[in-house]
Design a binder for this molecule. Structure first.
Ligand code: CAA
Length: 385
């Protein structure tokens, strides 16, 4: 298997890395303080051509591949996991499902502005009573002539409030279980579409998360995505890609945590002794342990991204890499907090932020408990490893 990046992948990785290490790094303190969506950074992603990386140029994207997109999420997340998830959700579970399952009219109307960064996307599946068991959603869509009428509530929707377009899942036939769920593209200006307040979260303060209420939202039938009853499959198929993005985000967090630990542990460049007396709780063995895990996660993230790019089935790999990378992010960030010993200095504050940002990677886009079920289910389906 070829592990060396192509010239195009390298160029996108370096572009994202430079942007992250300069403009994003400078913006993080304000994102933490103000707890608001970084509109100006999304505008810069648009200018840099990073809002539609794996979307063909014919539909307004950059025409690069899924690996390049994964690299961008990874690089951005080293500086801001919030910006990482904003781009991940916008691309992999909002833009790409419309590209993949939409009609040419829908690609023209929705994918082109999403990929070009004129619009921001979001994905609305979770409900107050249906998180892990996504097949139990209750939002309804009733056909009435040439339109559908949607009613229901969605919760914990990343990018909500800031987003212009939402891929929304609703039940069109309650008698058919997961086969009775249908996907729709809903614009923020639809009458009856209401956004709740920004959730107060423990981390990812620059990423906006709100609930959505659909109160008799009337949607023209041409805003249905795919066929009636295809929605659950669209959601799951899109999450296969989404989870690789979350793994890349987790990898960025874990690498940032490792960077802090190394800085605290290593001697200065001039060979003099370490910058500070390190081991409050992070002996070299712990550092080595997390370096191993980060390396494993990095290899796996790019293997899963390459599978996705090739269009091969990757449900099991997406769950496995999301599980591995998110546990690594939480573990490495926790070790960084211990290493920095609760310092109020900037490095200690960064470690605390990484730890707060890392936690949700074990929860969203399927909890890690759900991923264990998916992995074992996939193995059983296949009859073994
Ligand atoms: N791709 C395509 N289709 C798939 C699929 C996949 N990866 N996985 C399942 N399906 C299809 C199945 O083939 C099946 O189709 P048929 O009925 O035609 O045979 C159908 O979906 C039902 O499959 P299951 O019986 O396996 O479904 P289930 O009800 O047992 O649920 C589950 C499976 C894995 C638990 C699922 O409910 C799940 O993934 N839950 C977690 C939900 C989740 O990840 N939510 C994330 C919200 S978005 C978010 O978090 C974004 C953010 O903020 C960052």
């Amino acid at each position: 298997m070829e592990l060396r990046p192509t010239k195009e992948q390298e160029a996108i990785r370096d572009l994202a890395r430079r942007f992250a290490a300069t403009e994003v790094r400078q913006a993080v303190a304000a994102m933490e303080r103000d707890k608001r969506f970084p509109q100006e950074l999304f505008a810069r992603l648009k200018e840099l051509g990073l809002t539609g990386i794996p979307v063909p140029q014919a539909w307004g994207g950059r025409g690069a591949d899924f690996v390049s997109y994964t690299m961008a999420v990874h690089e951005l997340s080293k500086e801001s996991a919030a910006l990482g998830v904003i781009l991940s959700v916008h691309t992999s579970v909002a833009t790409l499902p419309i590209l993949r399952y939409g009609t040419d009219e829908q690609r023209e109307r929705f994918v082109r502005p999403l990929a070009g960064g004129a619009l921001l996307g979001a994905f609305a599946l979770t409900e107050p009573w249906a998180g892990s068991d996504a097949g139990s959603i209750r939002t309804s869509a009733v056909r009435n002539g040439d339109e559908y009428v949607l009613n229901g509530t969605k919760t914990f929707i990343t990018n909500a409030g800031a987003a212009d377009l939402y891929v929304v899942f609703a039940v069109t036939d309650p008698s058919r279980g997961t086969r009775g769920i249908t996907a729709f593209v809903v614009g923020k200006d639809a009458e009856g579409f209401k956004i709740g307040p920004n959730e107060k979260k423990m981390g990812l303060h620059g990423s906006q998360t709100c609930c959505i209420v659909l109160d008799n939202v009337r949607l023209p039938a041409e805003q249905r995505l795919g066929e009636e009853g295809q929605g659950f499959s669209i959601a799951m198929g899109s999450l296969d890609g989404g989870r690789i993005g979350i793994a890349a985000q987790s990898l960025g967090i874990a690498e940032a945590a490792l960077g802090l630990m190394c800085e605290a542990a290593l001697p200065k460049a001039d060979g003099s002794k370490a910058r500070r007396a390190v081991p409050v709780g992070a002996p070299q063995a712990e550092l080595a342990y997390w370096i191993e895990h980060v390396e494993a996660a990095r290899l796996f993230v790019y293997r899963a991204a390459a599978l996705r790019q090739e269009g091969k089935p990757c449900t099991k790999e997406a769950s496995m890499v999301k599980l591995l990378a998110s546990d690594t992010a939480v573990g490495a960030a926790g070790a960084a907090v211990r290493t920095l010993g609760g310092s109020t200095r900037p490095a200690g504050q960064t470690a605390a932020r990484l730890f707060r940002d890392a936690k949700v990677t074990q929860i969203y886009e399927g909890t890690n408990e759900i991923h264990r079920i998916v992995i074992s289910g996939q193995l059983m389906k296949k009859g073994g490893v």
